[in-house]
Design a protein around this ligand. Structure first.
Ligand code: SF4
Ligand code: SF4
Length: 377
């Protein structure tokens, strides 16, 4: 019988550093110890999800306690830790982002260097699909990658965790280009898996102490789960995490595609889940993205119903500060500067949800047609 991928689920009651340290110690023990992966003087990239400049309690970004504890473990072995990501939005706000997400504090206290993947150029890499990608140089030159995703819902990909987190190795504006080239969720999932395959992490430790429910990855609500997931197989970790969130089997495109390409185990039957009170974990009633119902409509009806069933981003002017981050980051430039708020031209919108994802003030919500409201209730 082929060896099963293992996913370890360990309880962690809160983000108190001592509790996270202990949970991480147990998780790494399950994985056979960090020294299996990291050797003395290795350059180690620690890749949290730092989507936007939000405080840790908003559940948009990987919690700094977990990043801190991982840096400590790397240093114990004599590895050289770096914390890196290409956060959404503009490079202008990077210092504020490091500060707000708690990463500046981690860096100051541990000496781990912070890397913004916007700088230092790119490598051109070809994926097995034959497509080429421009990946940040800052994200490539490492002996080991430790992936620290945040478990969240996602209005475009339904779900984001281990595989999707590696999309952050693409520098800012190029992310928009890939959205433009692959506007359909399934095509975009192919792109994510391509990129993941080019920078596959050796270990994944997912922050699911507080996950994000509802219209993630930035406008949903924090939801307590109280666990950390760990695995050498990010695809298997995603399959288990999606199950915990309440998605149906085989509902997550990135997991299906990665499984088909042999990049990991995507079926629960191929995974050994080791952890505590698993039935309890699979019983959470987590609010999933409000546009998820669109995926459940049979394909032959989609075109027919398109004029009546739609979900699109719209601005709540009471929350909008007119910062123009949505305008600058729309890959098809279909949001225009306006006063007092930007204005959408929906005729070109590809529904990539980048504006919804990157708005730092939760000013963008999902507007629904009357039929969508009825069906998606
Ligand atoms: S909607 Fe959000 S991102 Fe766009 S201008 Fe308003 S506050 Fe900024
Ligand atoms: S308006 Fe928003 S959803 Fe539409 S293409 Fe632009 S960023 Fe994407």
């Amino acid at each position: 019988m082929p060896k099963k991928s293992k996913v370890f689920i360990t309880r962690c009651k809160d983000y108190h550093l001592d509790n996270v340290r202990e949970t991480l110690r147990l998780s790494l023990q399950h994985l056979g110890g960090l020294q299996r992966f990291v050797k003395k003087n290795d350059r180690v990239l620690i890749k949290p999800n730092l989507l936007s400049s939000r405080e840790p309690e908003k559940a948009v970004t990987t919690h700094p306690s977990l990043v801190f504890a991982v840096v400590e473990e790397v240093k114990k072995i004599g590895g050289i830790p770096f914390i890196g990501d290409s956060p959404g939005g503009t490079e202008k706000g990077i210092e504020r982002l490091w500060r707000n997400t708690g990463m500046a504090d981690v860096s100051e206290k541990t000496g781990a260097e912070l890397l913004s993947f916007e700088k230092a150029g790119v490598y051109k890499k070809e994926a097995l699909s034959g497509k080429t990608y421009f990946i940040s140089r800052q994200a490539i030159d490492f002996n080991v990658i430790i992936n620290l995703p945040k478990l969240k819902t996602h209005t475009l990909t339904l779900f984001t965790c281990a595989v999707k987190n590696m999309f952050g190795v693409i520098p800012g504006f190029r992310k928009g280009e890939y959205h433009k080239e692959a506007p359909k969720p399934k095509d975009f999932a192919e792109v994510i898996v391509d990129i993941f395959s080019l920078v596959k992490p050796q270990i994944t430790i997912a922050d699911a102490i507080v996950c994000m429910a509802g219209d993630g990855p930035s406008s949903g609500e924090p939801q307590y789960l109280g666990v950390i997931l760990a695995s050498e197989d990010p695809v298997a970790l995603d399959a288990v995490a999606a199950k915990i969130m309440g998605f149906k089997d085989n509902e997550i495109d990135t997991t299906n595609i990665a499984k088909e390409r042999g990049l990991g185990a995507g079926e629960l039957s191929e995974i050994e889940i080791i952890g505590e009170n698993l039935p309890d974990l699979f019983g959470f009633d987590i609010k999933l993205p409000s546009n998820r119902f669109l995926r459940l409509i049979p394909k032959f009806l989609v075109k027919l119903l398109a004029p009546y069933i739609w979900v699109r981003p719209a601005i709540l002017d009471g929350n909008c500060t007119n910062c123009n981050i949505c305008v600058e980051n729309c890959p098809v430039k279909t949001i225009h500067p306006g006063d007092p708020i930007p204005v959408y031209d929906y005729s070109n919108c590809i529904n990539c949800m980048c504006c919804h994802e990157l708005c730092p003030h939760r000013a963008i919500y999902l507007e629904k047609s009357w039929l969508s409201k009825m069906i998606g209730r």
